[in-house]
Ligand binder design. Structure first.
Ligand code: SF4
Length: 468
């Protein structure tokens, strides 16, 4: 390739905006209900929302109360080829409808029941479709599994970066070493051990990682949230996500009055753990009745927001970010390429340099130079999330009406419809070319899907009998 051709290729590669991504975001924005089209809304301004897989490996080897999987989930065999094939067709549809880039969760039952090679092949299929995958696990697997996932049979690393969401709470029974956790605190060493495996992998093989910590909240562990955050914020997780329990999935495992843990009480406990108020109106992900999010970072033991919602100058930074960088695709873009794209935007809009420097100066002042020096400028990004699934008894009628294009007069059903319409977490159905909210998947579609999977992938009992 000649010099001129190389320059042209470089120019193309570093173009800040991908027209396909921009179009996908515009479509998402247009589809959103008016009520969530706020200046803080991320969907349609800097992303298309999250995605997840379904109908792939519903089986799990722990028992949770509550469990979002339907009755039949544990009667379905974990099957690598089925998973790869299903994920490929689901990713094709997501690629078509949601554009070239998105965050997608490899979720089903327990991901580590997949053989490591199948798990790795599935992650590759997701990446090949422009998805940044995150594997969902209960975290009860060993370093050996992690290395066999991260390294191919030849010992070479097959990923530069792995993302996992690990679910830990005391309502999960059967974890090795702590069958029935008495308290959340007792699970602390298991949370730490999980994250330590990834640090070890990084040291040994240079595989970077992102870890999210997930926890179901019921009235039974509400007052333990704060300690979970305080005890584990430095373990290696980059996100703490809390899901108030919903009445969805296997009704045999519904044990408490879950709705007593209201969104406000849960958020207050998260704030207690973070040691500060968490403003969830700086950025919105879909409907705030579904999602509350606070983006920020720790310096030492203190958490600071990236943007202070009470400071109009920081809100102006957010608006400028959406205006100039919103259409730049951050997900899955290598750091050097991302820097080049951002620099091109800055060259086109030089006033953004002043905005960025002003923000930096304010943020340093907020944190304090003394604190930054004491911690040798070690900044650990940390996002706090609360994701509130809805009860199956609300979702089913709301969805049925939506399928008929009807809006309910009943305020409760209408609220459910509004939330579903703004859903930030979708699953693909290639058989009819639709995307559905995860609430609909778990409340309405999973029971039928798992009953069919049970026939397609039965668990074959192997009986051995000793002959005399
Ligand atoms: S509709 Fe359900 S799955 Fe979608 S964002 Fe709201 S709670 Fe989450």
């Amino acid at each position: 390739m000649g010099f001129a051709a190389r320059l042209r290729a470089l120019e193309r590669a570093t173009r800040p905006y991908d027209p396909e991504f921009t179009e996908a975001m515009q479509r998402r924005w247009a589809e959103l209900p008016d009520g969530v089209k706020t200046p803080a809304q991320i969907i349609g301004q800097h992303g298309v929302g999250c995605e997840g897989t379904h109908g792939v490996f519903p089986k799990c080897n722990l028992k949770c109360t509550p469990c979002y999987h339907s009755h039949d989930a544990n009667a379905v065999r974990v099957d690598g080829p089925h998973t790869r094939e299903q994920v490929a067709t689901q990713m094709e549809l997501l690629r078509k409808l949601r554009g070239p880039r998105a965050h997608t969760q490899l979720i089903g039952g327990e991901v580590s029941l997949l053989p490591p090679d199948d798990h790795a092949a599935t992650l590759k299929i997701m990446r090949d479709h422009g998805r940044e995958p995150m594997s969902f696990t209960h975290g009860d697997f060993d370093y050996d599994y992690l290395t066999r996932l991260a390294l191919g049979p030849n010992g070479q690393k097959r990923f530069d970066r792995l993302s996992f969401a690990a679910h830990f709470d005391k309502f999960m029974y059967g974890r090795r070493g702590i069958e029935r956790p008495p308290t959340e605190k007792a699970l602390g060493p298991y949370r730490q051990r999980f994250a330590a495996m990834f640090r070890k992998l990084k040291r040994a093989h240079g595989v970077r990682f992102f870890l999210a910590h997930n926890m179901t909240v019921t009235p039974g562990n509400l007052d333990e949230i704060a300690d979970v955050i305080r005890d584990n914020h430095a373990a290696g997780y980059g996100m703490f996500s809390f899901q108030p329990a919903a009445f969805v999935g296997d009704e045999r495992r519904w044990k408490e009055q879950y709705r007593a843990a209201t969104p406000d009480t849960v958020w207050t406990e998260i704030e207690r753990g973070a040691g500060t108020r968490l403003d969830y109106n700086v950025f919105h992900n879909g409907d705030v009745r579904c999602n509350r999010t606070a983006y920020g970072f720790y310096v030492g033991r203190r958490w600071f927001p990236f943007l202070d919602g009470d400071d109009p100058r920081d809100i102006a930074v957010r608006d400028a970010f959406f205006r100039h960088l919103g259409k730049v695709n951050f997900t899955g873009t290598p750091p050097a390429l991302l820097t080049a794209k951002v620099l091109r935007v800055v060259a086109r809009h030089p006033h953004t340099v002043g905005i960025a420097l002003g923000w930096l100066a304010r943020t340093v002042r907020r944190v304090g130079t003394g604190r930054l020096l004491r911690h040798i400028f070690r900044v650990r990004p940390m996002t706090f999330v609360m994701h509130m699934f809805m009860d199956a008894e609300d979702v089913a009628p709301a969805w049925e009406l939506m399928q008929r294009g009807e809006t309910s007069d009943d305020p409760r059903v209408r609220e459910t419809q509004e939330r579903l319409a703004a859903c930030q977490y979708s699953m693909a159905h290639p058989e009819d070319g639709t995307l559905v909210p995860a609430c609909v998947q778990h409340s309405v579609l999973d029971p039928v899907e798992n009953a069919e999977l049970r026939k397609l992938l039965p668990i074959v009992e192997v009986r051995t009998s000793a002959r005399k």
